[in-house]
Design a protein around this ligand. Structure first.
Ligand SMILES: NC(=O)c1ccc[n+]([C@@H]2O[C@H](COP(=O)([O-])OP(=O)(O)OC[C@H]3O[C@@H](n4cnc5c(N)ncnc54)[C@H](OP(=O)(O)O)[C@@H]3O)[C@@H](O)[C@H]2O)c1
Length: 517
């Protein structure tokens, strides 16, 4: 196996104490695609180089595109080198890893391809490759998910013995459905073939170190929970901003839009981690139960007053660094009269004892000024202005920012006296940065964590069927209304701005402002 090196030290905290997964075969459907080359294979190599994969492990890439094993390995080698820093001293371990990769071309919409796949997996097992364990990874367009699941069921590949001596699991990429009906249909198809404990619906945000640290921050410290409620918190903001536009993914985006792409999964997951109650034990069912309870408590968005609760926007053309950027409507595979949103801001309430009347403002968009994901907890102002006799007319409320990306960490803003003979007050920031505290950044993507978790069977960071259902239940009526409204109510914004002016007006109506990011 690969030698231990610096990479092992940069693994998620706790990884050192995790068990190495049992031998297994990872079958990637859509292995010729972008996700496999950019994220999955580099993440697997990262784990391999850090000695976190079993020796008896293999990857079978599946797709229509024809590759020999060698050609597939070469393509993946390029991917690893492009997306991970691989030093000359790592070349041997990379070659050893690449020998674990295989490719099987076929039409996976037909039964025959699964017979071939089964034979190959059995052959790899006999050669000591995988110990009979299989992890199927659906990295294809979602339209293929039902077909693959059904064929995996019919071919017997989904079966696992009751006594748990070997496993068959499925990892399903986002998006999981495009509305409540389609998500339910897909869930039905999946659960006819796989038991819930075999299903790993991926939301790569949940694999991010800072997101996992949210649980530690809230429930591993005694001092924060007492003020984590409506008595002390005025409101919460969750922002996920992207600087890029479509980057060739206009066809996908035109069908999806911002809410389906970002809010239904990532942003609502973050919200549930911020708002959930403490689970009794640190275990997948307990944690996911609490997350689902938050989703159940979210007040339906009132469609008759939709503009008070939701804003949608779309970017127009503009300039950046002397480069002309196209409008969304001019992106390839996008309709010139598209009403798909590339920006959305929502206000939701979690109607329970802890959060009654505390607004959660959710904001996300494409072509914003920078790529940043941040949660900000805005606390209530100090109840009494003690210093007004000294010329201080108001003081800033405290604020806790959780930086998910980039510069993972947290910062707390509080007020301090400016040194000198007069009583002047200004906010100061106390920072925690992963890099500074632990001497390393978290892994480059969250896929390392999530792939390892799915191999050891830990589903805590994956989305359960009820969560998906509840998320769609909340958002589908809004999406339907927007579709009916078409152009009406759609605002426009220039690239490099924080969305349409209606978004500022939306939060300012409540006497609040968007957090500067
Ligand atoms: N790329 C990302 O950064 C990213 C991030 C998060 C989530 N995802 C999700 O990951 C999945 C894959 O994304 P991607 O960007 O890798 O897509 P992609 O580059 O389009 O690749 C998808 C692969 O799926 C196969 N495929 C395409 N159409 C198919 C069909 N009708 N039936 C069966 N196979 C088909 C293709 O391989 P063959 O033609 O060889 O069969 C193709 O290589 C999607 O669900 C996406 O939403 C992607």
């Amino acid at each position: 196996m690969a030698e231990s090196n610096a990479l092992a030290q940069s693994l998620p905290s706790g990884a050192e104490t995790r068990r190495i997964p049992d031998p297994c075969a990872i079958v990637i459907f859509g292995a010729s695609g972008d996700l496999a080359e950019r994220k999955l294979i580099p993440a697997l190599y990262y784990l391999w180089r850090a000695n976190l994969l079993p020796e008896a492990f293999c990857v079978v890439g599946c797709g229509k595109t024809h590759f020999t094993n060698e050609a597939f390995r070469e393509k993946m080698k390029n991917g690893v080198k492009k997306y991970l820093s691989v030093q000359p001293e790592d070349y041997d371990s990379l070659d050893a890893f690449l020998r674990k990769l295989h490719y099987l071309s076929g039409d996976y919409a037909t039964e025959g391809a699964y017979t071939d796949l089964k034979s190959l997996l059995e052959q790899l097992d006999r050669e000591g490759g995988a110990g009979g364990n299989r992890l199927f990874y659906l990295a294809t367009p979602p339209s293929f998910f039902p077909v693959a699941v059904q064929h995996l069921g019919n071919s017997g590949l989904a079966e696992q013995p009751e006594e748990g001596t070997r496993y068959s699991r499925i990892v399903i990429e986002k998006p999981f459905g495009r509305d409540l009906t389609s998500a339910r249909e897909l869930n039905q198809i999946v659960t006819r073939v796989f038991k819930e404990e075999q299903v790993f619906r991926i939301d790569h945000y949940l694999g991010k170190e800072t997101v996992q640290n949210l649980l530690v921050f809230r429930f591993g410290n005694g001092i924060f929970e007492p003020f984590w409620n409506r008595r002390y918190i005025d409101h919460v903001q969750i922002a996920v901003a992207e600087e890029l536009g479509m980057e060739g993914r206009g066809g996908y985006y035109e069908e999806a839009g911002l809410v389906r792409d970002m809010i239904q999964n990532h942003v609502l997951s973050l919200l549930s981690l911020i708002a959930m109650e403490a689970p009794a034990i640190f275990e997948a069912t307990a944690v996911r139960d609490e997350k689902a309870k938050v989703m159940r408590a979210i007040r339906p968005i009132p469609l008759e007053r939709l503009s008070e609760f939701a804003v949608r926007g779309q970017y127009v053309d503009g300039w950046e660094n002397n480069e002309r950027l196209p409008a969304y409507r001019a992106e390839p595979k996008v309709s010139p009269s598209s009403t798909t949103e590339t920006f959305a801001a929502l206000k939701v309430f979690v109607d329970n004892w802890r959060w009654a009347d505390v607004p959660f403002y959710l904001r996300s968009g494409k072509r914003l000024p920078k790529r940043i994901s941040e949660i900000t907890i805005h606390f209530r102002r100090a109840p009494h202005l003690l210093f007004k006799g000294t010329g201080t007319t108001s003081i800033e409320p405290n604020r806790l920012s959780i930086h998910i990306q980039p510069n993972e960490g947290m910062s707390l803003v509080f007020n301090a006296k400016i040194p000198g003979s007069t009583m002047q007050i200004r906010p100061v920031t106390m920072n925690f940065r992963y890099e500074e505290s632990f001497g390393q950044s978290p892994p480059s993507t969250a896929y390392e964590t999530l792939l390892l978790d799915s191999m050891v069977g830990d589903s805590m960071l994956f989305t359960r069927a009820d969560f998906v259902d509840l998320a769609w239940e909340l958002l589908t009526p809004v999406l339907n209304r927007w579709r009916e409204d078409g152009r009406k109510g759609l605002s426009f914004y220039e690239p490099g701005t924080w969305g349409p002016s209606e978004s500022d007006a939306f939060i300012e109506r409540d006497g609040r402002q968007w957090q500067e990011l």
